[in-house]
Design a protein around this ligand. Structure first.
Ligand code: G
Ligand code: G
Ligand code: NA
Length: 254
């Protein structure tokens, strides 16, 4: 079953890797960071999409262990890239609400950051899903503790219904990531452009940084820059890549 093979993958660190997608400042052309995205190749050699195995890991609690492993790997890489001279590079890591509920999460995070010796201000936790709906008091205290460590928080998938306007207004996050669904049509459709522009404005009123996700063309990137959104991710700049591939990409984009 998927449960057993995922359990074995986590126990033996088998078939699990991270891919890295660049986060760009499209105005300056600089790469400002990367997002770590988990990949799993099962024992049959098939890639299992995160949308399939992350929910399973959440239901079974395995996400706690898996999520800390992801953080260790990602920060270990980040530390290596800093030592290679990319000292300003940031790292975004996806964090499940299940992980936030664990009593020892903040302590473990602090240990990993200290061990990897990276500046916490260059780390972002991407938070999504029903965050803020369940156990709002516990959640708020966890988010506060993470911010006290100096970590940045990002509200992911903004506008998908996983997140909501209320959450945007209620949660203190440093950044908001606009869902690709809002970017898709911004060149062709004036309505889509107006909607994207209003989301950018809304996020900016809270003095958050706004990141557009799923930018696939130069025209989309320009439309976003025109509306004052310069931070973006998407296939136009770079796909999620294995660590060594990403290093080649970094050198080529210097
Ligand atoms: O890169 P990809 O399209 O396959 O990622 C799909 C989704 O899987 C992402 O939007 C993200 O929400 C989730 N995901 C990827 N990696 C991780 C991870 O390390 N932890 C968690 N909790 N979710 C992840
Ligand atoms: O956690 P989050 O939902 O932000 O994960 C990003 C997801 O979006 C990953 O699955 C990644 O592979 C995907 N992605 C990244 N860039 C693009 C893009 O330009 N277009 C599309 N369609 N998907 C993208
Ligand atoms: Na994310």
């Amino acid at each position: 079953s998927m449960l057993h093979s995922l359990r074995a993958a986590i126990d033996f660190k088998r078939g699990l890797t991270l891919h890295y997608q660049p986060l760009m400042n499209a105005s300056s052309g600089e790469v400002v960071g990367v997002e770590a995205l988990l990949r799993w190749r099962n024992d049959f050699g098939e890639m299992v999409p995160p949308q399939r195995f992350i929910p399973l890991a959440e239901r079974t609690g395995m996400i706690n262990e898996l999520g800390l492993w992801v953080l260790e790997q990602a920060l270990d890489r980040l530390s290596a890239w800093h030592r290679q001279g990319y000292r300003q590079l940031g790292m975004a890591v996806n964090v499940s609400p299940v992980q936030l509920r664990a009593d020892d999460f903040v302590i473990k995070v602090r240990q990993i950051i200290e061990f990897c010796d990276v500046p916490p201000a260059l780390i972002s936790f991407d938070l999504t899903e029903s965050i803020g709906l369940e156990e709002p008091v516990l959640l708020a205290s966890r988010l506060m503790a993470l911010r006290e460590l100096g970590i940045r928080l990002t509200l992911d998938d903004f506008g998908t219904g996983h997140s909501s306007l209320r959450q945007l207004m209620g949660l203190c996050t440093d950044m908001v990531k606009i869902d690709p669904g809002y970017i898709e049509e911004i060149v062709e459709s004036a309505d889509a452009r107006a909607l994207a522009a209003s989301i950018v404005d809304l996020a900016k009123k809270r003095s958050s940084c706004v990141i557009a996700e799923g930018v696939e063309t130069a025209e989309q990137a320009q439309a976003l820059v025109d509306m004052g959104c310069v931070l973006m991710q998407g296939f136009h700049f770079g796909r999620p890549m294995a660590a060594d591939q990403f290093e080649h990409w970094l050198r080529a984009n210097k």
